[in-house]
Write a protein that binds this ligand. Structure first.
Ligand code: SF4
Length: 344
């Protein structure tokens, strides 16, 4: 299992103020860490982490390759002593798609950076412009290609539900991002934070959020599309930070978003079965170990939904089933393959 030692570099070097972003809120840290503090974080993590070999030191939060160069080098240099045999596997950074070049990639390679994540957010130029991202979809394509050429692991991040977007455009975005062959993806449904441009648009009524259902369905489909493309989804939903929940005035912030999305995948699998067996009113369902709560749904939402349609189900675990497998009656599916099918 992969882990990160997350070190947040809030707003450092970022010339933008994207419509949705209050990085200081998201990271809960207002202060850019010194190299001494970074080393302390790494040292104590090294003493506590069980499998450092599966762990990367992760500089998140700002636009790492856009921060003042001397500070960027200072951060990279101070963690070198924590990388290698019996220590952490490498360094992970996140940055903007327009802040990648041959020169900066050579520097990152030299300092053992292993993975680069780009905040793509959308692959629609109008959406990017409306949300003041300051880069284009072409920047995402060019930088992704370069990152792969240099042999880094490529991570792409998208945000669903931005101002000016639509669910159709979210599907376009995930398709375009997957065509760039990322190794990992992060899928964030938008959270409207107080004090941001999005909040202002929302209060003025010019930003109308898509429905909760449509975003949940999209995220379930997006997870499946990543699975089918063998792309690992390392996050679906924002981190459960106290500061985010207290500042989110609208949007799709939920502490258990990933669980909601997984429940939706089971919901889709049951719906798929019922489409073919519309006369069945009592379902016998088996799921893999530990997956009953996903099938029943968050606060039993799936059970409730189907009961309202006059359909009840009995559910049990079957340890012979692989993770994600579900058996309904005589039929067996993988929930990752069912979600994403049109009309489900
Ligand atoms: S580029 Fe990143 S850090 Fe800067 S404002 Fe936009 S989202 Fe926030």
């Amino acid at each position: 299992m992969h882990n990160n030692i997350a070190i947040f570099i809030p707003h450092k070097g970022c010339p933008n103020q994207c419509s949705f972003c209050d990085q200081k809120v998201i990271s809960s840290v207002q202060h850019a860490p010194t190299s001494k503090e970074v080393m302390q974080i790494c040292q104590s993590a090294l003493e506590q982490v069980k499998y450092p070999r599966n762990t990367e030191i992760a500089f998140f939060g700002g636009s790492f390759t856009a921060i003042e160069r001397s500070y960027m080098i200072e951060l990279l240099e101070c963690v070198q002593t924590f990388i290698g045999d019996g220590k952490f596997s490498g360094i992970r950074i996140s940055t903007r798609p327009d802040k990648i070049s041959h020169e900066v990639l050579s520097v990152l390679k030299y300092y053992n950076v292993s993975a680069i994540e780009l905040g793509a957010q959308s692959m629609n130029d109008e959406v990017l412009m409306k949300n003041e991202r300051g880069h284009t979809s072409e920047d995402v394509c060019i930088s992704s290609k370069l990152i792969k050429e240099y042999g880094f692991s490529l991570g792409l991040q998208m945000m669903a539900g931005l101002y000016g977007s639509s669910i159709d455009l979210e599907y376009e975005t995930i398709n375009k991002l997957l065509s760039l062959n990322p190794d990992t993806m992060r899928i964030y449904p938008v959270a409207v934070l107080d004090g941001t441009k999005l909040a202002e648009y929302f209060h003025k009524g010019i930003y109308i959020l898509p429905s909760w259902e449509s975003v949940l369905n999209f995220c379930a489909d997006a997870l499946c599309m990543c699975y089918k493309n063998k792309v690992k989804v390392i996050r679906c939903g924002l981190h459960a930070e106290e500061s985010v929940s207290s500042k989110a005035i609208a949007g799709f912030y939920h502490q258990a978003w990933k669980e909601l999305v997984e429940s939706r995948m089971y919901h889709k699998a049951i719906s798929f079965y019922l489409k073919k067996h519309s006369d069945e009113k009592n379902l016998f369902i088996s799921v893999s170990k530990g997956c009953i709560s996903k099938a029943v749904g968050h606060k039993k939402c799936n059970r409730q939904y189907f009961e309202n349609m006059g359909i009840s189900f009995k559910i049990k675990e079957d340890i012979a089933l692989q993770s994600g497998q579900i058996r309904i009656g005589e039929e067996e599916y993988n929930v990752f393959e069912i979600a994403g099918i049109a009309g489900i």
